[in-house]
Structure formats: structure tokens, C-alpha cells
Design a binder for this molecule. Sequence first.
Ligand SMILES: [Fe+2]
Ligand SMILES: [Fe+2]
Length: 286
Amino acid sequence: MISDLVRLFHLSDIHFGLEDREALAWVKREIAALRPDAVAITGDHTMRARHREWDAATAWITSLDVPVTISIGNHDMPYFNPVERFLTPYKRFEGMKALVERELLLPGLAIVPLKTVRRWQPRFNWSKGWVTHEALELCLAALDALPKGTRALVAVHHPLREVGTHGTALTRHGEQALAALAQRDVLGVLSGHVHDPFDIAEPTPEGEVRMIGAGTLSKRLRSTPPSFNEITWDGTALTVRARNLERVPTREMQIEDVPPNALPPRREDEPVAPVGRVPEVDPPVH
Ligand SMILES: [Fe+2]
Ligand SMILES: [Fe+2]
């Protein structure tokens, strides 16, 4: 049993290249003022994984003076260089390699990573998630190895939701992963990708799993203002508060369910990747 409150900031989808600088300055001030025990950033750190975008992401993230763990999102692997994407997909964030998919052990609470991106997928849309058998086994082994009595939050990029089963699943093998996490009694799964915050109890055959999504800190808004989640754990209850730049109460700014195509609309001024393109919109459903 722990006596102290553990405070965590859950950030996501900063998308350097289209980052919201006012929102980032505000988050940085909040981190300096509240000194959370950790910051978890659940992916999509850049727009197109350009070198300059990774340099900006690395400079901002490594300047945070608290423990940080980051997940890799579908926007974070090379877009314009298919050879690099296949051979060395993580090369561009060497500057903060130690933070990537890093397990964080806090008093009574652990953040355990689960990878949901792949450098390629045997389907048309590579922007969606995929939990491989190996990635799930790695996560489950990490959960099983936690000190006795330590509860866990699992950090992913894509929400572990299957919508349809034939080619359109938001995260392939997500249901299987959720059921396995339900068996481990995890406190919740922290995700990004949707650009809107949510806090949902997801049913699985093994019991419910809490799915917690953070909004975006970019200008790539979906339906809510730039935001992040402030999460507290008192040893009994996990409290999630979506915080944003505007005066909107948490409940009102949370979406009620994860949409089948959890992507913000494409902006007119966004460039389209010319080679090795990773499509971002759903193909027609056949
Ligand atoms: Fe995103
Ligand atoms: Fe994403």
C-alpha cells in the first residue's frame, strides 16, 4: 500500500511540424509547477518523421526535467525513405533512444510499453495499429515481472479496439491484447492517435479494461481543443482529468467512444508523402 499520490501527465500526438506552440508552452509550465512523477507521451511525435521534426521533438522532450517514456506512433517512422523505414526505422530518434518504449517504475505504479506500430503491414493502410505476438509477449512478461503489489498502466499508440474484422480493424489483434491485459488486471491502457481524450471501460471476455486516450498538442485537431491528461493514483483509485487550454470541463471534452477511423481530417495545407506513401485515410471497404 502506498501513502503518496502518484501523478502522471499523459501527452500525445504533438506532431512536431504542426505542433501547437502555445499549448506546448502551457504544458511545460504545468510540468514545472506540478512536477509530475512521470510523463508518458503516446506517440506521433512528428508529422512526417522528417529530421528537423525529430530534432525539434527530441529537444522539447529531453528538456522535460522529469522521467519520460515515449511510444512510437504511425507518424514516427520514415515516410519518404522506404529503405530507411525497413532497415533502420528508429534511427531518427537516436537522440532520445533511452526514452523509447521505456518501462517506468513509480511507487506502487508501473508504466509498461506495448508496441502497436509496424514498419510494414500485409494490408493497404499502414497507419492503423497491429499488435504482434512478440510485442504482446514482451509486454506480458514485463507485467508478470513487476514487483508484487505494483499496479500497471500499459502505454500504446493505437487504441486496442477492433472495429470489424476484415481489413478495417483499427488495431489488428487488439481484442486479443485487451483480453490478455484484463487477465493481468491492469489499471488502464494509455493511448493516443485519436486526437480527442476519452476514458472508456472496454468489455473483453476476461473482464473490462479501462482505455484512456489523450488528446493532441498539435494543430491537427479533431473535435476538442489541445489537451493532455492528468492522471493520479492514490493506491486505490485512478483518476483521469483531461486538461485543456480552454474552459471546457473534462466530461464535456471527452468523446464517448473510439471512432472506427480514429484520425483527424486531413488539412488542406498538409503535404502528401510522394514515395513509399503510408496512406492515412481508410480505403473503400470491400
Ligand atoms: Fe496523431
Ligand atoms: Fe497516429
